[in-house]
Ligand binder design. Structure first.
Ligand code: ZN
Length: 435
């Protein structure tokens, strides 16, 4: 039976804040001492570790970006000697070099601890059988889900990504109770289970999914096809340990993030000034006890907002909304900034449409931008109603995004399902080139 709890040790917000101030002071002094890159950035900003005495002083510190990580390749922002590093993980950057991150033994241990807290918050216990259908290797995903599952004392089934036959067989033979995957993989598996008529023979009760956006309708569909399984959106990124830095609580009211391990600021991505509490902006994170590569005001590019007030679940851990999109995922079409998540939302509000879609951006003969949205009919929908549905979607897009798009409705199941992140935006507009 599970005996250890991984929940935070502090009981009040004042205790949490005292812990955060100490962690911030330690982190800034540690980074200044350990990394010439951080020292140079702090010196350039005219701020020294002794200047940091409160959480408000955070804003005096310079921002750190993905470019800083790339510039320091292969061991960027390293603050400890090599003999203290026990592991490397890396993630693909959107362009150019990988982002490699170093971990000390304590970093791995801390990550395992708060990831086990995610499982605990989702109600996973030592009696559960956790099928881990995410990538293993240099990525943080597999390692994180696995270590924390074992720390919790549950049974880990490291199935890895893809391989639908093996996934189905594990669910049948091992009677897995928890499935960990991306949202796309969750949908793919849910549909497979449905098509193979396995729902009565399997025992999945919770789906813990992360690493990509999911619409409300997609969540609903995964839950329904798994016979009412409870879904938990888990957050994280390699730069910040890996997955498990926050999770939806059982009250399903946004994401609790682990404020005893890192701070979150929400900044306007243009002005880089804090937005008023509760408004959308870019999440910027500062670690409080990370040793090998502490992050100081790291721009995540994730768009979210802080949820003010207390959660009904009783946790004192702060909350942010589910990730709405990426600052670099946004595309501009005829001078309108569009987030794919906004299109997710519009689609989820038209009941007969499916949740799978693609956005194709191109140019016509007159060099005008053309946006074509290819969207699947819902599973129960009839293709005979495609034309009026397409008209409805065109009008909704016009009203909500103020753009004119072409809409093509295709049969359910005809767009590719991905085991990883589905590519939504296909932009073939000719870019201006410098000659
Ligand atoms: Zn809660």
């Amino acid at each position: 039976m599970q005996t250890t709890s991984f929940l935070p040790t502090m009981n009040t917000k004042a205790e949490l804040e005292a812990h955060q101030i100490e962690g911030l002071k330690w982190t800034v002094a540690h980074a200044y001492r350990g990394s010439s890159e951080y020292r140079r950035k702090f010196d350039a900003a005219g701020v020294a570790p002794a200047d940091i005495t409160s959480l408000a002083d955070l804003q005096r510190l310079p921002l750190t970006t993905a470019e800083d990580l790339r510039a320091g390749y292969p061991f960027p922002l390293r603050c400890v000697p090599f003999e203290d590093i026990v592991r490397i993980h890396s993630s693909s950057g959107t362009t150019g070099k990988r982002k490699n991150l170093c971990y000390t033994r304590k970093d791995v241990d801390d990550w395992t601890h708060f990831f086990a807290r995610c499982y605990e918050m989702a109600g996973v216990t030592a009696e559960d059988r956790v099928q881990i259908a995410v990538g293993y290797g240099v990525w943080t995903a597999g390692a994180g889900f696995q270590m924390a599952c074992e720390r919790l004392g549950a049974m880990a089934l490291p199935a890895g990504p893809g391989n639908v036959d093996l996934q189905c067989q594990f669910m049948l033979d091992m009677q897995s109770t928890v499935l960990c995957c991306t949202a796309s993989m969750g949908l793919l598996m849910a549909e497979e289970i449905h098509q193979r008529g396995l729902i009565e023979k399997i025992n999945i009760r919770k789906v813990i999914y992360g690493s990509e956006r999911s619409s409300r309708s997609m969540r609903q569909k995964i839950s329904d096809l798994f016979g009412g399984a409870e879904l938990f959106d888990i957050t994280g990124m390699t730069e910040l340990y890996g997955p498990g830095t926050g999770i939806e609580c059982p009250h399903h009211d946004c994401i609790h993030y682990w404020g005893d391990y890192y701070l979150v600021e929400i900044l306007d991505p243009e002005t880089l000034e804090p937005v008023p509490e509760g408004e959308w902006g870019e999440m910027v994170v500062t670690t409080l006890q990370k040793e090998a590569v502490p992050l100081i005001r790291y721009r995540t590019r994730d768009i979210t907002r802080i949820i003010p007030g207390d959660c009904t679940c009783g946790s004192i851990m702060p909350r942010h909304s589910r990730i709405m999109g990426r600052t670099d995922d946004m595309f501009i079409f005829r001078a309108v900034n569009i987030y794919p998540s906004h299109i997710d939302k519009i689609l989820s509000e038209i009941s007969d449409l499916g949740s799978e879609y693609q956005i194709h951006l191109s140019r016509d003969k007159a060099e005008r931008g053309v946006m074509r949205i290819v969207v699947e009919m819902g599973q129960e929908g009839q293709m005979s109603s495609a034309a009026p549905l397409a008209d409805r979607l065109v009008r909704r897009l016009k009203r909500e995004l103020m753009v004119t798009a072409q809409v093509e409705i295709v049969a359910y199941g005809s767009l590719p399902r991905s085991e990883r992140k589905s590519q939504r935006v296909f932009d073939t507009r000719i870019q201006d080139s410098i000659i």
